[in-house]
Design a protein around this ligand. Sequence first.
Ligand code: PLP
Length: 428
Amino acid sequence: MALTDLNTWNKSELSELYKKLDAKYTEVKGRNLSLDMSRGKPSAEQLDLSMGLLDILNSDSPIHVEESIDARNYGSVDGLIETKKLFGQILDVNQHEIIVGGNSSLTIMHDAVSRSLLLGTVDSTTPWGKLPKVKFLCPSPGYDRHFAICELLGIEMVTVDMLEDGPDMDTVEELVKNDEAIKGIWCVPKYSNPEGITYSDEVVDRLAKMETKANDFRIFWDDAYTVHHLTDEPDVLKNILTACKDANHPNRVFIFASTSKVTFPGSGISVLASSEENINFIKKQIATQTIGPDKLNQLRHVHFLKDLETIKQHMKKHAEIIKPKFDMVLEVLEKQLGKQNIASWNEPNGGYFISLNTLDGCATEVVKLASEAGVKLTPAGATFPYGKDPSDRNIRIAPTFPTLNELQTAIEVLCLCIQLVSTNKLLQ
Ligand code: PLP
């Protein structure tokens, strides 16, 4: 249904439209759909790209690596040198600035926050958990699981707006300068979840340079989508560790990444990168937690992914599969909603999400109606601290998992729900 700006329609026109949309919605509900666009998961076709990972190690493979480490045995608590070199290329840091973790970067983020609460950081005089209050800045919309870590561990979240090139730095600078309880900020700096934004050089520099009241303030830099481009002209993110060193705050940043959406989520490898001082401090603590990580998994990733160039080629194959899905979503949104002035959305150059804003106060109802029609979306509000979107307008679309046909149906249903809820709102 091609419509013009609904804000210019009079009540009787809107009422007429509402009846038509409602009838269509009843018809769609009768189709008993069951579609899921709720989480950013790779599709089976994407997972097939990494099946070689399962064959690359066998009983004839060399299992002694640099420094004569036997990858089958205990040891190398911070990872194999080969794995560190590989991630060093991806993140543009040196091998001494890396600890290779287990299968999930979320785990090492959770552990980094937990250790800071229990034991403090290398710059802390008091463990954060012994202080009367700990707060984190949460640029939003953001990643719901970051917010869940804060909620679980009793850290108060302070919402900061996301602008077109990263968090609202005027607000961030003002808050961290004056409040000692603010110990951290969550950042997804490249192809952010959910908005697909890459931080500008200026934002990176301001984060590195800003004056903080807490001298053990940390940036939790979740570079989850660092090689996940959708175009041949990838966004370029300034190196935060170098920026922090240049600003005389070398210990300020913890960088996280993983191969979850490069190979197999759940069976990949993750990494923490930071200053050597931070890395050495944390390495000692981790040595109490484990005698060594899964080095055979590291080894097969090193053999399979080889180097940055091979990773880039591999990620191009991912893009070939998922770019048509992003294009499809954008095309349907434009066709169905483009002229109606009831929603806006971003067109990301990479990552896993499209972020959509409805009219204020409509997102919860849209997600509910879509769910009742068999289309599951991320819960409204999930992209904000405490699950509360103050404008109730943000909806995260995850296009990678469904097939193209499923996706088209799901987005058409979503557009119908947005039209229905918006028309109802404009009628009031
Ligand atoms: N960070 C961000 C921003 C994500 O979107 C996701 C998954 O969706 C993760 C981390 C999870 O990473 P991992 O699988 O390494 O735990």
